[in-house]
Design a protein around this ligand. Structure first.
Ligand SMILES: [Zn+2]
Length: 290
């Protein structure tokens, strides 16, 4: 069994047929499929190169359309923008009418602990929907001020931690460059999206993963993989220590994360938890411990 717990429809041109072929090629049984609800003024135009260029973000409709092609293989995700006055009702309707099971992906230019966002997370906890979050710090790209000098999302790890504390009944899944940069105890997290160099002791990621039972992380995208590869020994230890809280996911369609996990030769039990058991448990029993 293998579950990809972070992916998107039409991302990089992968429509339903291409996604299913790709899953078959890589032995992926199930995929969590996420929307990205984002207003145009929070959306980097660079995404027009890798998503259908007519709109912006990834609408729920695209998740539903791909999901319908193989309902037993897709777990549907949807997260409304927290500032929509009707966000909670929209999410409830998505759960009741369409069978949405994950509140993801949350990638917006709003600090994670915005009061309206906290209300939405509370509702997610009541509906037993885990939330996958995307954190990017405001790191200037150096190409001028328009449409934005940088593309931060979610604010900071501090804002995320306040949300985790404020909503103990809600499961959060950390993701993206600003989250993974905290694997190391250095000060590079707000200076480079993909910092490299040795992992210094005292990284806040390990600290918060140990502290909060409602915090999980997915290993998807370049951010997860690059962080684990900064120091392979540390990366392997991290995977083993947090084997009950980490989810295999790609956020893309290649084999790079799986190749790396196989190279590390993890204990069988840890490998099984990370590659599918944690994802199944999070949906079936929510916050209960193994
Ligand atoms: Zn994503």
């Amino acid at each position: 069994m293998l579950i990809d717990a972070h992916n998107h429809p039409n991302w990089h041109g992968f429509n339903a047929g291409k996604i299913l072929r790709n899953m078959d090629e890589q032995g992926i049984d199930q995929m969590w499929l996420f929307s990205w609800e984002v207003p145009e003024d929070e959306y980097s135009p660079s995404y027009h190169a890798v998503l259908p260029p007519a709109g912006h973000g990834i609408p729920l409709e695209d998740v539903l359309a791909v999901g319908r092609e193989a309902p037993d293989r897709f777990i549907l995700g949807y997260m409304p923008h927290p500032k929509r006055p009707d966000a909670i009702d929209r999410l409830k309707a998505a759960v009741e009418i369409h069978g949405v099971r994950v509140a993801s992906e949350l990638k917006v230019r709003l600090p994670f602990d915005d009061p309206d966002a906290l209300r939405l997370y509370e509702a997610c906890g009541q509906m037993r929907l885990p939330i996958t979050i995307h954190l990017d710090y405001p790191i200037d790209h150096g190409r001028g001020n328009y449409p934005r000098p940088n593309w931060w999302y979610g604010g900071s790890l501090d804002a995320f931690e306040r949300a985790i504390v404020a909503c103990p009944q809600t499961a959060f899944i950390g993701h993206a460059p600003g989250f993974w940069a905290h694997i190391s105890g250095d000060d590079l997290y707000d200076k480079a999206s993909y910092p490299d160099g040795p992992v210094l002791p005292g990284g806040r990621l390990s600290e918060i993963m140990r502290t909060y039972p409602n915090l999980y992380a997915d290993l998807s995208a370049g951010s997860g993989l690059k962080a684990l590869k900064r120091d392979r020994g540390f990366g392997r230890d991290f995977l083993i220590e947090f084997q009950d809280k980490l989810l295999f996911g790609r956020d893309y369609f290649d084999t790079s994360l799986m190749d790396f996990l196989l190279e590390l030769a993890l204990p069988e039990e840890a490998f099984a938890k990370i590659t599918y058991q944690n994802a199944e448990r999070l949906l079936s029993s929510y916050l209960s411990t193994p």
